[in-house]
Design a binder for this molecule. Structure first.
Ligand code: FAD
Ligand code: SF4
Ligand code: SF4
Length: 398
């Protein structure tokens, strides 16, 4: 039975004419659709509603006393995996794309919301409702820039799409979950990607130009668990740059304000999350949040090489030092950056502990950024789980 569709009552399109979150807008696309009518109660940057979202999507909110849930959200299973036959050109091994393809092949859904690329620029995202496995495959690999995924909701009415799989990052999924009861859909499945430090297209250019030898030939990059950024160039060559060698003074302002105020790193509202940061190098990390997430995993599980999650090392001293180094915006000489990188890689956090390292580092940085740039939002915007994590560290006083 179709869910009621008050979208018909929504006020006419004000396509992109207004973004009420102003400088904090992540361009999630909701305001480029008629669902802009619901923006006040749906925008991740206007209303923080993690508990309500988790309860509606998973039947309960996360258990703050359970450290795995505190960090990684509501879950019934966490695992690491890789496709036995990785998809060429995918971001990692291609589990996200393969699930999208199988969801269409098996008839689980009529369409997959995914992000293709502009014919003129590989890093300019083009959200789409893919109707064939080939279209999902063509949309593989990250477009590491803000993507207006929800603008394609505009195409739903009259499209014949009743069951949808949406692939997206946290801010997009928060808004999607908020308007879910008003969508003309019988079923919605959500495959979430973890996400931090996203940038506008211009911000990406600044990042590449300050970090890599040949910015125009980069076709793929990822912040890896070996504390290095791995860049792949169009001729197939690889270049790695240690995190600790980044030009912090130049890059401090490169990330989008939305992403400097975001606490949805692990995509709390998704049914299934497919990332990498809780796994060791070369593997992907999956969190099944609810039975629909397991249904998505069931589609692909026979094609996976699966292993349990692991965890080792201790992140806390490194996070505390990172807070102070970031605050002073120091740029280390390359030799020292490489040395620190080697030591941390050898003795530092791995598996889930690496995931916690990254979450701690980003949540503390973002709390500081909010305090300095949007003090009026500090209290209401940071969810309880993030407050608990942040309280484990000493932040600079001002
Ligand atoms: P593929 O099969 O290559 O599919 C990639 C999917 O990403 C495609 O379905 C495409 O539709 C979708 N996509 C591409 N660009 C965007 C976009 N801009 N917005 C929304 N969806 C998009 N994982 C971590 O563990 N830690 C991180 O810090 C982290 N940061 C990320 C930041 C961004 C901006 C993005 C897009 C992803 C991030 N991820 C992160 C997820 C990770 O990089 C992989 O995307 C994920 O593990 C899936 O890999 P895959 O090989 O299965 O994906
Ligand atoms: Fe609208 Fe999305 Fe921007 Fe919020 S983040 S103002 S919902 S486009
Ligand atoms: Fe959205 Fe947060 Fe990712 Fe920025 S970091 S694109 S706000 S999920």
């Amino acid at each position: 039975m179709a869910v009621s569709t008050p979208h018909e009552r929504a006020r006419p399109l004000a396509k992109g004419s207004t973004y009420p979150a102003k400088d904090l807008c992540s361009q999630c696309g909701l305001c480029d659709s008629r669902w802009v009518a619901y923006v006040k109660q749906s925008c991740a940057f206007l209303t923080q509603r993690f508990e309500a979202m988790e309860t509606a999507a998973h039947g309960r909110s996360r258990d703050l006393e359970n450290d795995d849930e505190l960090y990684f959200g509501v879950q019934q299973r966490m695992l690491t995996a890789r496709l036995q036959r990785p998809i060429e050109g995918a971001q990692w091994t291609g589990i996200a794309s393969r699930i999208g393809m199988l969801a269409l092949e098996t008839g689980l859904v009529d369409a997959v919301l995914c992000v293709g690329q502009s014919p003129d620029d590989r890093f300019t995202p083009v959200p789409q409702l893919a109707r064939t496995p080939a279209e999902v495959l063509a949309a593989r690999v990250n477009k590491p820039t803000l993507s207006p995924n929800l603008k394609v909701l505009e195409q739903l009415p009259g499209s014949g799409i009743h069951r949808l799989l949406a692939i997206g990052v946290g801010c997009q999924i928060q808004a999607l979950r908020a308007v879910q009861p008003t969508l003309p859909l019988e079923q919605l499945y959500v495959l979430g990607l973890p996400c931090v430090d996203n940038v506008s297209r211009q911000g990406l250019q600044t990042f590449l130009e300050s970090t890599v030898s040949s910015p125009q030939t980069v076709v793929h990059y990822e912040f890896m668990q070996d504390f290095r950024i791995h860049f792949r160039h169009s001729d197939g060559s690889e270049e790695t740059v240690p995190f600790f060698g980044l030009d912090t003074p130049k890059l401090k302002d490169v990330f989008a304000p939305s992403c400097l105020s975001c606490f949805d790193y692990t995509n709390a509202g998704a049914d299934l999350v497919v990332g990498y940061m809780g796994a060791t190098l070369g593997r992907q990390w999956l969190t099944v949040r609810n039975p629909k997430g397991q249904q998505l995993l069931d589609l692909v599980e026979a094609e996976l090489d699966v292993a349990p999650v692991t965890s080792s090392g201790n992140r806390q001293a490194a996070v505390q030092q990172g807070i102070e180094a970031y605050d002073k915006a120091v740029k280390l000489p390359l030799w020292l950056a490489q040395l620190i990188g080697l030591v941390v890689e050898r003795f530092g956090p791995k598996g889930l502990e690496y995931g916690r390292f990254s979450i701690d580092s980003h949540f503390t940085r973002n709390a500081l950024w909010l305090r300095r740039n949007h003090p009026e939002k500090l209290e209401a915007h940071i969810p309880a789980f993030a407050q608990k994590i942040i309280s484990r560290y000493r932040l600079p006083k001002t």
